[in-house]
Design a protein. Structure first.
Length: 249
């Protein structure tokens, strides 16, 4: 599954509709800190960085040097590049793919793959490339929906037909098996909440079908029914969605 071809307009929409507000990511910050203990000045590869929402968050939270690798030029153009300081923190944005990372061997202390697994055509090749790029023992942090574990995602809650799309994503077992071929072992799997908007009303206002492979897969009728369900819900209910953090090393 590759999904969307990102032009400038779609990339702008992605940034507005899909980047989770920083205030809604507190549980993710804590989970990443516990799983990876990223020290200031260390290097994190953000693979499939999109418009750089997480690249900026990782940089700001942990003072790391984020190498944001993103193949779509329109998405890459929106990554907020920060010059690398003497202390080694900063954000670079580079063209590349999960199976062709533009970095030297053994140069990164961790890798971050956010909502990108299902876009990668050859996971074993990506795992081999990560093995090459990472230092020995460095963790791969994967934030994704997985088949059978997505019922607390807001899109699945209000647009239940999207569960069938998630069923086509790589399973946890598949990912672990593919990464095992490159010497990675699973360390942790946990569901983590995020607050996508202060209320479901604002979440509905921000939703953009074109920025999401799951919503694009729906028929017009399915999408309209889902929007009606969302509009009928309490607009003040916090828009809390859950995704998994899978850590391998
Ligand atoms: C759903 S977006 C996620 C962006 C960002 N990581 C986030 O969490 O907001 C998926 C991104 O993966 C990129 N992508 C697609 N195929 C890829 C590949 N083979 N390797 C790396 N990134 C890829 C897309 O261009 C897109 O920007």
């Amino acid at each position: 599954m590759t999904g969307i071809s990102y032009d400038r307009a779609t990339a702008e929409q992605y940034r507005l509709a899909r980047e989770v507000p920083r205030a809604g990511l507190a549980a993710w910050q804590a989970a990443i800190e516990e799983a990876a203990g990223l020290a200031p000045g260390t290097t994190v590869l953000d693979v499939g960085a999109g418009t750089g929402g997480f690249a900026a968050a990782l940089h700001d939270w942990f003072g790391v040097h984020v190498v944001a690798v993103e193949p779509a030029e329109a998405m890459r153009a929106l990554i907020p590049v920060v010059p690398v300081t003497a202390g080694g923190s900063g954000i670079e944005a580079l063209d590349g793919r999960a199976d062709a990372l533009p970095v030297p061997d053994g140069s990164a202390d961790a890798a971050w793959l956010g909502s990108v697994l299902h876009h990668i055509p050859d996971l074993p090749a990506a795992a081999r490339e990560l093995r090459r790029a990472l230092k020995p023992g460095a963790p791969v942090l994967i934030r994704n929906l997985f088949p059978g574990r997505a019922e607390r995602d807001l899109r699945v809650r209000f647009f239940p037909e999207t569960a069938a799309v998630v069923d086509g994503y790589p399973t946890v077992d598949r990912v672990c098996a593919d990464f095992a071929t490159a010497g990675f072992e699973p360390r942790e799997l946990a569901a983590i909440p995020q607050e996508s908007a202060p209320g479901l009303g604002q979440y509905a206002d921000l939703l953009r079908r074109d920025t999401d492979t799951k919503l694009r897969a729906l028929s017009d009728e399915e999408f309209a029914r889902g929007m009606a369900r969302l509009r009928a819900a309490d607009p003040a209910e916090p828009a809390v969605s859950w995704m998994d953090l899978l850590v391998l090393a």
